[in-house]
Design a protein around this ligand. Structure first.
Ligand SMILES: [Zn+2]
Length: 229
């Protein structure tokens, strides 16, 4: 702090003061149990979350090309994380992204994950307007801070609206996301990419995204999710 320039120090102090005021006005509420005053993910909920160790964190999915897509997940999709993800996505608690992404970064680091760029699974414009934010992009932004790789928001886009995967069975999920994505080759070609999504269920979405990225020239694709069903 002592070597910081006066304007930089002023910014840091102003930010701290703002955070302090915001916490007073809107005290952080745990996304799992709803308790106030212990941050967005409290110690009790953290203790109950079924975090995965390195060996259990990996899932191999088969791509249409026969290649394998490795997905690393931080935790099992079970209470209280299930409630936390629901609040994060549907009840307007995007602040949970920072807490959740820290666990994703940790399991990614434990798996020695590296990438030239991070690609969040995109939402269609219609869904984005409904929700107001893309949960995968928020997670990707926080993961990128620790991973040191840039987020390429435009590398992948959803070219047609799809139904919510949560309401569909395995076969219907594949159909639902088929040809739903397009990649921008100039952001993809020759690069090692890390897909980021909130939940791995059947993997239909991640398989489709990875497939599109490989077809656009990606050198390598891996995926990182917060939870695995
Ligand atoms: Zn809690």
């Amino acid at each position: 702090m002592s070597r910081m320039s006066a304007p930089a120090a002023a910014i840091v102090h102003t930010r701290r003061a703002l955070t302090f005021l915001l916490d007073l006005l809107y005290p952080p509420r745990c996304g799992g149990c709803g308790k106030y005053g212990e941050g967005w993910w409290c110690a009790a909920c953290n203790g109950q979350t079924q975090w995965l160790n390195v060996r259990d964190s990996q899932t191999a999915l088969e791509l249409p090309s026969g290649e394998s897509l490795t997905v690393i997940s931080a935790a099992k999709f079970a209470p209280p994380l299930r409630e936390g993800i629901h609040r994060f996505k549907y009840d307007g608690q995007p602040q949970l992204a920072e807490a959740f992404a820290a666990y994703m970064s940790a399991i990614g680091k434990a798996n020695s994950l590296s990438a030239d760029a991070i690609v969040p699974v995109p939402l269609h414009a219609t869904r984005l307007r409904e929700r107001g934010f893309n949960q995968s992009l928020l997670l990707a932004r926080y993961v990128s801070v620790t991973a040191g790789s840039l987020v390429e928001v435009r590398a992948l886009r959803r070219v047609r609206p799809t139904q919510q995967q949560a309401h569909l069975g395995a076969t219907a999920r594949k159909e639902n996301v088929r040809d739903a994505f397009a990649a921008l080759p100039e952001l993809v070609e020759g690069r090692a990419l890390m897909l980021v999504d909130d939940i791995l269920t059947t993997g239909a979405t991640l398989v489709e995204c990875a497939n599109v990225l490989y077809r656009a020239g990606a050198r390598r694709v891996i995926a990182l999710t917060l939870a695995r069903a």
